[in-house]
Design a protein around this ligand. Structure first.
Ligand code: ZN
Length: 278
């Protein structure tokens, strides 16, 4: 099996795997979606009763949205995650009570009229946990309205809730094998014009597949070819894999953690097999 990285940015990965099969690609896809953990806000406490500002003016602790909706929106904000230092809260040495190894606390204190953004969440303690996407709108506050919130983030997986899903839009497709029977081709060129990805080109009085890696197997070229000389098939041993992240983890971290989880799972299986008597 061979991997060729086509694109690797902090939030996006695209790579080709050769000498593989769809079962492996799908195992990787499912693992990075549902098993790679990340931090997300899970417990949100709303201050009830009047909120005073510095001048002693009282604001009502309400917003136009139900508290549940605000809490849900806060839960979906990408929270910076360090998988090396954080434990799952239930498995932490604090026995789930919450400590710096499993929990990050945030506060939010805003008074209307204003729009509350994700960037208004202030980490209590280390500023490195400040939310990177600071312009995600949460709620608009009117005059005299205010929000005072304390929230805690903890590790979870996509299996529990989509807010803990580390990889987004994870998917793969086969590389295309494009065959053109040149002798019967009438060189009309309609296949070149119809291809939405610019895969085909007319060169030296024949049609060639210039960028087969861009082909998404849409079959438009086959439909438009009057001579019926184009054959496009997917190659299940060469797979183009791509996914994005919400910024909580880098794409590289998600990929390497996903592969590690798969490795551990098979290792556990191997140990069980080796303990069997012959
Ligand atoms: Zn803990």
């Amino acid at each position: 099996m061979k991997i060729d990285i086509i694109e690797m940015t902090p939030t996006k990965a695209q790579f080709a795997i050769t000498d593989t099969n769809p079962a492996f690609a799908n195992a990787l896809r499912r693992t990075i979606i549902s098993d790679v953990p990340k931090m997300a806000l899970d417990n949100v406490e709303f201050h009830l009763g009047p909120i005073m500002d510095e001048k002693g003016v009282a604001f009502e602790s309400v917003s136009p949205l139900f508290d549940e909706v605000v809490a849900h929106r806060l839960g979906l904000i990408p929270v910076p995650t360090n998988l090396e230092t954080f434990n799952f809260r239930a498995k932490c040495t604090c026995n789930g009570e919450g400590c710096p190894s499993c929990t990050v606390m945030y506060s939010l204190n805003k008074k209307g009229p204003c729009t509350v953004y994700s960037g208004d969440l202030e980490p209590i303690g280390d500023p490195k946990f400040r939310v990177k996407d600071d312009l995600i709108p949460i709620v608009k506050l009117a005059d005299d309205q205010a929000l005072l919130i304390y929230a805690t983030a903890e590790l979870g997986t996509g299996k529990q809730h989509a807010k803990w899903q580390a990889a987004l839009g994870a998917g793969y497709r086969y590389f295309a094998k494009i065959e053109i029977e040149g002798s019967k081709c009438d060189l009309g060129g309609s296949c070149v014009r119809v291809c939405p990805k610019g895969v085909l080109a007319k060169e030296d009085r024949k049609i060639v597949a210039k960028h087969p890696e861009k082909c998404n197997l849409c079959n438009s070229c086959i439909e438009v070819c009057d001579a019926g000389v184009i054959k496009v098939t997917g190659d299940p041993s060469k797979i183009l894999f791509r996914f994005e992240t919400d910024g909580s983890l880098s794409a590289k971290e998600v990929l390497s953690r996903g592969l590690k989880i798969l490795e551990e799972r098979f290792e556990g299986l191997r140990e069980q097999i080796s303990s069997l008597e012959d």
